[in-house]
Write a protein that binds this ligand. Structure first.
Ligand SMILES: C[S@@+](CC[C@H](N)C(=O)[O-])C[C@H]1O[C@@H](n2cnc3c(N)ncnc32)[C@H](O)[C@@H]1O
Length: 269
């Protein structure tokens, strides 16, 4: 796994954009609930004595799902307005076992071997170096404990993946890169995790509300629609668009949930 710095500063752009969109992400139905969040929760298998860290919390929906089932939750994001919105959201839902911490996923401000579970949902495609985050998660996890990531993932064919990244970037210029499953598995292994569970699922998005959450104009929504209408066959097969050219246009984003266990010391195995 080569860690490369990308030439475009998508990190600052993402921080700037999300700071302006905080309330939309608190209110977003697709983030607040769904089969994906339930699968993530089940795979996370939270335990009452656990200390859990949620990275890139956005509106706080993953933290809210896990917090009532664990001893302590650290809720983090690198946008202060997003973090403030998540705090308000969790407090309004009577979550009292959480603390809120500004944190860049690629440079976590937490001590080594602190957490039992690190979660990160629908955010790694923004990180310029997602495997730097995986390495940081490995550092802050106790030995034998778990990293749980959910995000949309890319087809293995690089050309198709590039086309889909262009589609994502048109909607959100702070989009970084979507990673194929094989690269996730390799990256987990190289960081010192054993992949103990993984699942894929489809998350269908209404094109218009998905684009409007990122402030896209009608013109951009039209271009996104055209990209799905005229795109390469493999890209269309990957996203399975429906009702293009209408208000009901939608596409299905394949998501991967991957759970890694930090290696135990040899004498503990
Ligand atoms: C789509 S939202 C996350 C959704 C949320 N995890 C959930 O389950 O609803 C993406 C979040 O990633 C955050 N983010 C992007 N890059 C980050 C980074 N390098 N470090 C920390 N947070 C980051 C953004 O500020 C934004 O709040």
């Amino acid at each position: 796994m080569v860690i490369v710095d990308r030439p475009i500063d998508t990190k600052s752009l993402s921080q700037q954009r999300y700071s302006q969109l905080a309330q939309r992400y608190v209110q977003s139905a697709t983030h607040a609930a769904g089969e994906d969040l339930e699968r993530l929760f089940t795979m996370g298998d939270p335990q009452p004595e656990w200390h859990v860290l949620d990275v890139a919390t956005g509106g706080g929906h993953t933290a809210l799902r896990f917090a009532p089932h664990v001893a302590h939750m650290t809720v983090s994001d690198f946008s202060s307005s997003m973090l403030a919105a998540a705090e308000k959201h969790l407090r309004s839902q009577n979550i009292t076992n959480a603390e809120y911490q500004l944190a860049d996923a690629e440079s976590l401000p937490f001590p080594d071997e602190t957490y039992d579970l690190v979660t990160c949902r629908l955010a790694t495609h923004h990180f310029p170096n997602p495997f730097r985050f995986v390495a940081e998660a490995h550092r802050v996890l106790k030995r034998g404990k778990y990293l749980l990531i959910q995000d949309h993932y890319a087809p293995e064919d690089a050309q198709t993946a590039e086309y889909l990244d262009a589609f994502e970037s048109l909607r959100d210029p702070s989009h970084g890169r979507t990673i194929p499953e094989s690269e996730w598995i390799q990256g987990f292994s190289q960081a010192g995790f054993t992949v103990v569970a993984k699942e894929t699922l489809l998350k269908r998005h209404d094109l218009s509300s998905w684009a409007k959450r990122q402030d896209c104009s009608d013109e951009v929504i039209c271009r996104l629609d055209v990209m799905l209408t005229r795109g390469p066959k493999a890209a269309i097969q990957w996203y399975q668009p429906r009702s293009l050219g209408s208000q009901e246009a939608s596409f299905a984003n394949p998501n991967l949930i991957i759970k890694g266990q930090k290696h135990q010391p040899v004498d503990a195995m």
